[in-house]
Design a protein around this ligand. Sequence first.
Ligand code: AP5
Length: 221
Amino acid sequence: MMEKALKLMFFGAPGAGKGTQAEIAAKKYAIPTISTGAILREAVAAKTELGKLAAGYMESGALVPDDVIVGIVRDRLAEDDCKGGFILDGFPRTLAQAEAFDETGIGLSMVIDIEVEDERIITRMSGRRVCPKCGETYHTVYNPSADNVHCTKCGAELTIRKDDDPEVVKRRLTTYHNDTEPLREYYEKKGILRVVHGQEKLEDTTALTTAVIEEYLHGNQ
Ligand code: AP5
């Protein structure tokens, strides 16, 4: 039984490893991950109204409007499985989103900023493969599926995300530096920012993020 509810956010540039670490932590601490990127990609694939609205923004490397995103996250956090804690992956991403989240009064235990230099991100993104069926993420070199072609979990053929095109990745990085990175200072001022340097190996980054989480859960924070 966990003593404190873990209300965690993974922060960082596109491709820093937020989604990967969020999934690992979600399994370890048995709490749900709310990934705005994954919710939007599902909506795009299902061609819902939300998906039709979001597709253009996502494919060009821009952010989806704040009011749309805030509504999605607020609704998701109101569900019962979030009562004992949750992990946010990819939200908040603008000052307006952070302020809207603060207004809900839900609060965050900590924000883990995974830092990776832009040059490494561009190389990393070219190797990302995703499962269109179950959403599992792989990397051709750092985290390959069993045969590097199909999803180890469900067997579907792996695909490349449309927004992993190198030109789109560059635009996503620019969007990150302009609109999202300033939030680091916002959470630093609140005293809940923890910085972790993204490592070459997934498990090395996991060791660092786990240490920070364990310190929160079992320390005096
Ligand atoms: P989103 O899906 O959130 O994309 P992102 O933030 O750009 O992050 P990524 O999913 O690309 O990367 P990640 O940090 O999760 O890295 P991953 O673990 O996969 O958003 C997509 C779009 O949706 C946005 O551009 C925007 O349009 C829209 N959107 C989403 N949220 C929004 C919001 N709040 N407001 C407005 N718009 C929003 O790892 C990347 C690769 O590296 C993988 O292949 C992985 O296997 C590998 N890897 C991971 N860790 C390591 C490691 N330590 N060493 C080596 N390889 C590693």
